[in-house]
Design a protein around this ligand. Structure first.
Ligand code: FES
Ligand SMILES: [Fe+2]
Length: 387
């Protein structure tokens, strides 16, 4: 049972809220790198209830600053970039990526006004085709180099999905909710038939980076194990087999809280392949995927749109005080408890799950993903070693 107060604490994302302070300990994608071009080097974005602009200056460096200008609050989204930073479109004040005010052109010569100005500015890093921002206390922790972002031995591409009209926690609870697979997605394809014959057991184990989910199923041919992690707090790591090519496609589904009632999914996909090579800082193809058709109806032929339908219809922020959880909701319960515990750790000044304070530079975090249903029985690290 979750009280209204606990529900608020779990779901609020703004600055100064308990949940918002937890989420500020992690890096979150704000855009695909390919969304910033020479013609359109500035993009207005939202993250954790804050309005920001991300930009690429003419020297190729990235910046992430508050959207509203410190002078009189016009939007920097309509500004201009040069090789030092971003200039406001209204009266031309210019800022660098650290938020330092470089010029106040309308002020008299010798004015020292700019020395006292600080535009809020945040660290931004590019990895695996995405631009990640960090809004928390400094120094920023290392940006985790998840395998799907950092592997080189194949092809990578990224997607940004249409904005989901609900709180981020609903999306994440879905990742520890195995009973929805049959009812929400089972109507499509082979999954329904397959699952009729299965007896399944689900285990959720807390590990260094989140919750390892393990599904053991039995049919006439014996026992099969699938295992993949939820990377705390807001990432699902998966592997699928492409229906078209038969290739394995690893993916990272990152559910970014834009504000209390909007969530943005970024997906990074990686197909290991002979010959192909994609460094983590390479230009990465980008596509926008919408979960609705031209009339605004859910595209229910897409598995992801089925999920989005379920999340959005729970309400902008699901009222967990009026739910009735059952035994099959064990994973949901474990996840909420973990979020509440990590909020408390941050409140007491500690370092929450998965945050690495030191650099960890150069490394890759490889995750053991097993999917016996599609013939992927070995830990992923062995496959990489062979590639
Ligand atoms: S509002 Fe930005 S320079 Fe005046
Ligand atoms: Fe789902």
């Amino acid at each position: 049972m979750v009280t209204k107060e606990e529900n608020q604490s779990l779901t609020q994302v703004g600055p100064g809220t308990p949940g918002g302070e937890l989420l500020r300990r992690y890096w979150h994608p704000v855009a695909a790198a390919a969304e910033l071009t020479g013609e359109k080097p500035i993009k207005a974005v939202r993250l954790l209830g804050e309005r920001l602009v991300v930009y690429r200056d003419t020297s190729g460096a990235y910046g992430l600053v508050a959207e509203q200008c410190s002078h009189r609050r016009a939007s920097l989204a309509y500004g201009r970039v040069d090789d030092e930073g971003i200039r406001c479109p209204y009266h031309g004040w210019k800022y660098d990526a650290a938020g330092k005010c470089l010029e106040t052109p309308a002020e008299p010569p010798g004015s020292t006004l700019k020395e006292s100005i600080r535009q809020p500015a945040y660290p931004v890093e590019r990895l695996g085709g995405l631009l990640f921002g960090y809004l928390g206390p400094r120094p920023a922790p290392a940006l985790p180099r998840w395998d799907v972002l950092a592997w080189e031995h194949g092809e990578r591409w990224v997607q940004r999905h249409s904005v989901i009209q609900c709180n981020w926690l609903q999306c994440m609870e879905n990742s520890v909710d195995p009973s929805h697979l049959y009812w929400l997605h089972g109507v499509t394809a082979h999954l329904a038939n397959a699952m009729d014959h299965y007896e399944e057991r689900h285990d959720f184990t807390i590990f260094d980076h989140g919750i390892m989910k393990r599904r053991t199923s039995a049919d006439g041919e014996g026992e099969r194990v699938d295992q993949h992690p939820l990377l705390f707090p807001n990432i699902l790591r998966h592997v699928l087999k492409s229906r078209d090519s038969g290739k394995l496609v690893h993916n990272l589904q990152i559910r970014v809280p834009l504000d209390d009632t909007h969530t943005q999914v970024f997906m990074v996909l990686f197909a290991p392949g002979q010959g192909a090579r994609t460094p983590p800082d390479a230009d990465t193809p980008f596509e926008f995927v919408t979960m609705r058709d031209a009339e605004g109806a859910y595209r229910l032929d897409l598995v992801l749109a089925q999920d989005v339908m379920a999340w959005e219809t729970q309400g902008p922020v699901a009222d967990r005080s009026t739910e009735h959880l059952g035994a099959a909701d064990k994973g949901v319960h474990i996840f909420r408890k973990l979020v509440a515990e990590q909020i408390e750790i941050v409140r007491q000044g500690g370092v929450p799950l998965g945050v690495s304070a030191d650099g960890g530079e150069g490394g890759i975090i490889e995750l053991e993903v097993i999917n016996q249903r599609i013939g992927l029985a070995r830990p992923q690290t062995e496959l990489v070693a062979q590639a």
